[in-house]
Design a protein around this ligand. Sequence first.
Ligand SMILES: [Fe+2]
Length: 352
Amino acid sequence: MENYRKLIMVVDDSISALLVAKDALSDAYKVMTVPSALKMLEMLERHTPDLILLDVVMPEMSGYEAIKILKKNPRTKKIPVIFLTAMNGVDNEIEGLNLGAVDYITKPFLPSVFRKRVAIQLSAESGIALFNHDDCLQDRVTARTKSILGFQSKFLKAIVELVEGGNGYRIESGRPQHCLGPLLSRMNSMDSYKEQTAMWDAEILLYSSQLHDVGKIITPNSILKKPGKLTVNEFDEMKSHVPLGVGFIKKLEEENEDDDDDIRFLQYAEIFAGFHHERWDGSGYPNGLMGENIPLLGRLMAIADVYEALTSERPYKKAFPHNDAVRIILEGRGKHFDPALVDVFEQVADRP
Ligand SMILES: [Fe+2]
């Protein structure tokens, strides 16, 4: 489920190795860096990662010793472990795999290959989880989801009321999901996306999409409602709604880190808030990311957000008709927007 930020724990006594791994993975995953196996065991009492990348040669406790402890503990024995080490040789690899590791990556590695092997492993684990589910488990999941959505609805209502009352700006809270919903449902039936969408919880995802502009809570009305063009300084202040929104959501994540379900809602929201103004050609903000370096959910929200903005009335413009909004989004294919997602949008946009 990489697009709602699976958690990967990287354990290595080398700071540079931790930084290299974090750099390679943090666009798509939540990465927790841990400097020793002993520290990892301590962290595992509070966190349940989806994958552990474990160095073999470390002082105090080696990776081989550490995995034996993990595999004996019912709480940690199912967490997949990939050994990550400068050692090489078939014997080392076989020893690591015999101890229960699912893969063995030698350093130095190419970041693109490294990311792919991690993604394959996480995708394989999701497949196992899906095949192992039973009806009883599914019932429990459904009941739990209903209760989370109850919390989220109240939470969102409170946020929207705060925004409306606080500065008069209204978050069009129902709109992004009206565009995202058909996009997701179309992607679900496409070979190129169905593996990805099968790992998302569409209902929670659509609820969380309403938080993409939450950072605008503290953007002044003089900017939000300015009828004319923004000055450079005003535009900079407007752009700050992205880091402010991400910071707000991250704070909630810290306070809810023990609840896997609530954290998932917030992780989706963090991606929507953090990446919806990035552009496919790298001209967006806040980080100027290009192409597939922008998480898929961010690329999706870019389209939904612009469609919503175009078809809504704002103090500085009238609402565009549906067909004009569609034309403008098609013109942004490969520039503002992911070309493949624009093709999906075109397929679902023929019904206003
Ligand atoms: Fe925004």
